[in-house]
Design a binder for this molecule. Structure first.
Ligand code: SF4
Length: 437
C-alpha cells in the first residue's frame, strides 16, 4: 500500500506556525508523510490568517486549485484552520463544498479528535473558544535546534484595525509549570533556542491565580539547563515595563533584540488605532532599554495609509524611523478588515498614495541600514548553527544574538546546534557573511 501524504499551508504569524507543527505531528503519528504540494496530498490543511487582505484572497485561490484535484480524487480530505476558520465557522463550510472540516483556533488543542472525525467522513465546523484556561499537551517536534513555545493565547487590546481579539478571544496564559516542562522536554531532544509566543507577551500571567508576570517567566526559562537562547514575540509597547528591560539585561540567555511594534509615528493615528501610547512614551522606553543594554537592536511593524493619515502623519512615521534607528522594519498598506472597529472608518487614503508611502518608508529604512552595514564588518559575533548546506560557498547558517542572519565558512566540520564565533567580513542587507574563528 502506498503511503499517504499531507500538505499544510501556513499563512500569517508564528502562532499559526506553532499550530501547524501540532497538526503535522498528529498526522505523522498516523503515518502520513509531508509533501510540499497539494497535488499528491491526501490530507490538506490551510492554516489561515485574517489579519490582512492578501492571505485571505490566497486561501480562495488555493481552494480553487484543490477543487479541481478533488474532482479526480474525491477521498482527499481538506481542512481549514486558523483565524479565518474561527471567524467564518459554519458559513465557510457551507460556502466551500470542497472543505471537509473547519477548525477554529482552539480546536488545535484536540487535534487528534478533529482528524479522527474527518477521517471517519464527518463534515463539520468546530469553532468553540475556551477562555477559562489554556493548556497544550506535549507533541512530537521535528528535529530542531530552535523551537517556538506558545505561552498564551488571545488579546485584550482591541487595536482598532485588528481582528485578533475577536477571533482568538481574551488573553489566557499557560501555567509556568507547563511552559517550563515543555522547554525542558525540547532541550532534552536537542533544542538550544526557544521563542516564547503570544499576541502580547508582556501581559503574560494576568489571568493566572499564581502571581507571575512575563519578566518572572523569562527568569524561570533562563534557568533551564542546556538551553542557550531565548527570544519572544510580540511585545505591546504600552505593557513594556522597566522590569522587562532589566529582565532582558539580567538573564544572559535572552537575545539582545526586541520587536516593539510602533505602527505609526503620529499620535493622532496611534489614538485612532487605539494603541494607547504616544510616540514620546514609546521613544522613552526605547531610550531606557538602550541605556541598560547599549547593544540592543530593535525592529517594528508599521501600517501605512490608515484612515485619515495625512502627509504630516506619515512624515511623523518617517521621523520615528530616523530617530529610533531600527535594525529591521515590517510594513504594510492598511486594508479594511471586516469585524474590526476601523472597518466603519472611511478607507480614504488612495491606494496609489499608500503604495508611494510604503515605498518611501522602505527606501528610508534601507538607506539608514546601508549606512549601518560597514559598522557590522570586522566584528565577532556568536552564531547558533541551524542550517548546513555543504554545496554553498558559506555552508553554515544561523542567527546571532541580535536576530541577524549569518552565513559563514569554517575549516572545521561543524554540526547543527553548535554555537561558534564568526568574524563578519561582508555585511549585506539581508545577511552577514564571515568565517568561523
Ligand atoms: S495587541 Fe493589537 S495588534 Fe496585537 S493582537 Fe492585540 S489587538 Fe491585534
Amino acid at each position: 500500500m502506498s503511503s499517504k501524504h499531507y500538505f499544510i499551508y501556513t499563512f500569517g504569524c508564528a502562532m499559526n506556525e506553532y499550530d501547524t507543527e501540532r497538526i503535522a505531528a498528529s498526522l505523522e503519528a498516523r503515518g502520513y508523510i509531508p509533501s510540499d504540494t497539494v497535488d499528491d496530498s491526501d490530507f490538506i490543511v490551510l492554516n489561515t490568517c485574517s489579519v490582512r487582505e492578501k492571505p485571505q484572497a490566497k486561501i480562495l485561490s488555493y481552494l480553487g486549485q484543490i477543487k479541481l484535484l478533488k474532482e479526480k480524487r474525491p477521498d482527499m480530505i481538506v481542512g481549514v484552520s486558523g483565524c479565518v476558520a474561527q471567524q467564518e465557522g459554519d458559513k465557510f463550510l457551507k460556502n466551500n463544498k470542497v472543505v471537509n472540516f473547519v477548525m477554529g483556533t482552539d480546536a488545535v488543542s484536540h487535534i487528534d479528535d478533529i482528524i479522527d472525525r474527518a477521517l471517519n467522513g464527518e463534515r463539520f465546523a468546530d469553532t468553540e473558544v475556551d477562555s477559562s484556561s489554556f493548556s497544550i499537551s506535549s507533541f512530537n517536534r521535528k528535529d530542531k535546534i530552535a523551537a517556538n513555545v506558545t505561552i498564551m493565547k488571545g488579546c485584550n487590546n482591541f487595536c482598532s484595525y485588528c481582528i485578533v481579539p475577536y477571533v482568538r478571544g481574551r488573553e489566557v496564559s499557560r501555567t509556568p509549570e507547563e511552559i517550563i516542562n515543555e522547554v525542558k522536554s525540547l532541550v532534552s531532544k536537542g533544542v538550544k533556542e526557544v521563542c516564547l509566543l503570544g499576541q502580547n507577551v508582556n501581559s503574560y500571567g494576568r489571568n493566572l491565580s499564581k502571581k507571575i508576570d512575563f519578566p518572572d517567566l523569562l527568569s524561570l526559562v533562563n534557568k533551564v539547563e542546556g538551553l542557550e537562547r531565548i527570544r519572544f514575540v510580540t511585545s505591546h509597547p504600552k505593557d513594556f515595563s522597566d522590569k522587562m528591560i532589566y529582565a532582558m539585561a539580567e538573564n544572559d540567555k535572552v537575545c539582545r533584540y526586541l520587536h516593539l511594534p510602533l505602527q505609526s509615528g503620529s499620535n493622532q493615528i496611534l489614538k485612532a488605532m487605539n494603541r494607547r501610547y504616544t510616540y514620546e512614551e514609546y521613544k522613552e522606553k526605547i531610550l531606557k532599554a538602550r541605556e541598560v543594554m547599549p547593544d540592543i537592536e530593535f525592529s517594528s511593524d508599521f501600517i501605512v495609509g490608515f484612515p485619515n493619515e495625512t502627509d504630516e502623519d506619515f512624515n511623523a512615521t518617517l521621523n520615528a524611523v530616523k530617530e529610533i534607528g531600527y535594525d529591521r522594519i515590517f510594513a504594510f498598506n492598511y486594508s479594511k478588515r471586516p469585524g474590526t472597529k476601523a472597518f466603519d472608518m472611511e478607507d480614504n487614503v488612495p491606494a496609489k498614495v499608500k503604495s508611494e508611502r510604503l515605498n518611501s518608508l522602505f527606501e528610508l529604512q534601507d538607506s539608514l541600514y546601508d549606512k549601518k552595514l560597514p559598522s557590522l564588518t570586522g566584528i565577532k559575533t556568536e552564531v547558533l548553527i541551524t542550517d548546513i548546506n555543504e554545496d554553498k560557498e558559506f555552508p553554515y547558517y544561523g542567527l546571532n544574538m541580535y536576530n541577524r542572519k549569518v552565513a559563514f565558512s569554517s575549516d572545521k566540520s561543524l554540526n547543527y546546534g553548535d554555537t561558534v564565533n564568526v568574524l563578519i567580513q561582508n555585511a549585506r542587507r539581508n545577511c552577514l557573511y564571515g568565517i568561523e574563528v
